[in-house]
Design a binder for this molecule. Structure first.
Ligand code: ADP
Ligand code: MG
Length: 139
C-alpha cells in the first residue's frame, strides 16, 4: 500500500463542541500521522472556493455559510492508504447512515453539519491540501 496524504477538516460544529483533541487523538490511534495542522476561520469566499465542485448543488449556500460560521481545524493526515482510511474513520456523509463508532456517528448532528471533511481521491487531496498549506508547512 502507498503512503498517502489527505486533507481533514474538523468543521465548525465539532470545534464548538470541544472535540478537536478527541478527533486528533482518534486519527493518531488509527495510525494516521499529523503532517500539518492549523486552526482557521474561513471567509464565505474561501469556503465557496474550497467547495467550488459543489457550487451547482442546492445545499451550496447552506454549506458555505456553515463552513464560514466559525473556526475550523485543517489537518494533513499521512499514512498507508490515508485517503480511504480517513473516509472510513469519518463514516457516511449523513450521520443517520454512519456506522457505529465513526466520527460522524459520534459527533455530527445532521447531513450538513457533519463534524469532519475528508478528501475523496489522490487528485482532490492534492488540491485541497494546497488550499490550506504550503509545501514547506508539511513535515
Ligand atoms: P462528504 O463530505 O462525505 O464527501 P459530499 O462531498 O457529498 O460529502 O458533500 C460535501 C459536504 O456538503 C458534506 O460533508 C455536507 O457538509 C454537505 N452536504 C452534502 N449533502 C448535503 C445535503 N443533502 N444537505 C445539506 N448539506 C449537505
Ligand atoms: Mg466530498
Amino acid at each position: 500500500m502507498a503512503i498517502e496524504r489527505t486533507l481533514s477538516i474538523i468543521k465548525p460544529d465539532a470545534v464548538k463542541k470541544g472535540v478537536i483533541g478527541a478527533i486528533i487523538a482518534r486519527f493518531e490511534s488509527e495510525g494516521l500521522r499529523i503532517a500539518a495542522v492549523r486552526k482557521v476561520h474561513l471567509s464565505l469566499r474561501e469556503a465557496q472556493g474550497f467547495y467550488a465542485v459543489h457550487s451547482a448543488r442546492g445545499f451550496f449556500g447552506e454549506l458555505t455559510e456553515f463552513m464560514s460560521s466559525g473556526p475550523c481545524v485543517a489537518i494533513v493526515l499521512e499514512g498507508e492508504n490515508a485517503i480511504a482510511k480517513n473516509r472510513e474513520i469519518m463514516g457516511a456523509t449523513n450521520p443517520a447512515n454512519a456506522a457505529e463508532g465513526t466520527l460522524r456517528k459520534l459527533y455530527a448532528d445532521s447531513v450538513g453539519e457533519n463534524a469532519v471533511h475528508g478528501s475523496d481521491a489522490p487528485e482532490t487531496a492534492a488540491v485541497e491540501i494546497a488550499y490550506f498549506f504550503r509545501g514547506t508547512e508539511l513535515h
